[in-house]
Write a protein that binds this ligand. Structure first.
Ligand code: IPM
Ligand code: MG
Length: 364
């Protein structure tokens, strides 16, 4: 029997997190009410707000909640008031703690240009029309987790910063397999971005990805140096279908690719592991616009769609949520980050309400 009872951990976090989360949950509730799925939503603290209450960005209670859930929905973490804290207790550490402890090694970042927003991108329409890229970023290895790390005092009394780039072949193999499998459901085209000409860690990356590729003769695999990949993303982005890359390179390439679409406020992500998964918008906590009801809730809403697809086995409903977003854009509603001439400027809540209205229509 298909499972219809799910426990979802909800971490709104900091900055615009709570505002966009409110809209995302509105959408989720419409789905659970209409489809009669039993969702247990459990809210918890992560990030700066958790630090304020508990003195740590990822309290044990929140980590446990995440570990016991079928999926985690996250808003955003961080803000200037926590920037002077030691690295080990900064809000962003909560993300690393969740990623590491949940073992969610595969971060999927779909980069899709909505036709309705073609003019919102700083790039020419002819370059970006038709972009549909899936960035598969490794999420639990590399310099983000490698040891040794830190800022140490050398013998000469001067400080030295150290981070370690490491990957084991097993870590590379499992993310490569994910990427090949994903390419198989799309256009059978995989680019692996590395820096194998200079970094041994990614020389191993290239070897293992090539090895895995031998089991996927139907997928065209191309290796690209990450600097060239960054260039190609601007020069000719529609050449890409799936890009698989390391944690650090994926962080950078995904922000770059996000901008092709006009606004990072449109892009959701899914982080998958063996058991549970985490869904969050790619954008950060945007403290400068927090609390003003102007943030774009669409990335958070689209993250709910990814959750329906990958964790709740509800691909049709995921598609309906995505369609409700497209419909809302077609109707001309825009938050300020994607505002274009002669469109209807709305705030966070009104944008959410419009998507909700369209979703209800589509469900009927
Ligand atoms: C992201 C973010 C995070 C990262 C930060 C906030 C730690 O930029 O998810 O892309 O670097 O992974
Ligand atoms: Mg990033």
């Amino acid at each position: 029997m298909k499972k219809n009872k799910f426990k979802i951990a909800v971490f709104a976090g900091d900055g615009i997190g709570p505002e966009i989360m409110k809209e995302a949950l509105k959408i989720l509730k419409i789905i659970s009410d209409t489809k009669r799925i039993n969702l247990q939503l459990c809210e918890g603290f992560v990030g700066g707000i958790a630090y304020n209450h508990f003195g740590t960005p990822l309290p044990d209670s929140s980590l446990e909640l995440a570990l016991r859930s079928d999926a985690v929905l996250l808003g955003a973490v961080g803000g200037p008031q926590w920037e002077s804290l030691d690295y080990s207790i900064r809000p962003e550490r909560a993300l690393l703690g969740l990623r590491g402890n949940l073992g969610i090694y595969a971060n999927l970042r779909p980069i899709v240009v909505f036709d309705e927003l073609l003019d919102a991108s700083p790039l020419k329409k002819s370059i970006i029309q038709g972009i549909d890229i899936m960035i598969v970023r490794e999420l639990t290895g590399d310099v983000y987790f490698g040891k040794p790390r830190g800022i140490k005092k050398g013998k000469n009394g001067k400080r030295k910063g150290v981070n370690t780039m490491t990957y084991t072949e097993d870590e590379i193999r499992r993310i490569a397999i994910r990427a090949f499998e994903i390419a198989r459901t799309r256009k059978n085209n995989l680019v692996s971005a590395d820096k194998a000409n200079i970094l041994e860690t990614t020389e191993l990356w290239r070897d293992v990805v090539t090895e895995v590729g031998q089991s996927y003769p139907d997928i065209t695999l191309k290796h690209m140096y990450v600097d060239n990949c960054a260039l190609q993303l601007i020069r000719n982005p529609t050449q890409f279908d799936v890009i698989v890359t390391t944690n650090l390179f994926g962080d950078i390439l995904s922000d770059e690719a996000a901008m092709l679409t006009g606004s990072i406020g449109m892009l959701p992500s899914a982080s998958l592991g063996k058991k549970t998964a985490l869904y969050e918008p790619i954008h950060g906590s945007a403290p400068d616009i927090a609390g003003k009801d102007i943030a774009n809730p669409l990335a958070a809403i689209l993250s709910v769609a990814l959750m329906l697809r990958y964790s709740l086995s509800m691909p049709e409903e995921a598609y309906l949520v995505e369609s409700a977003v497209t419909e809302t854009l077609k109707e001309g509603f825009r938050t300020q980050d994607i505002q274009q001439k002669a469109k209807k400027l709305v705030g966070t809540e009104e944008m959410g309400n419009n998507v909700a209205k369209n979703l209800r229509k589509l469900l009927n």
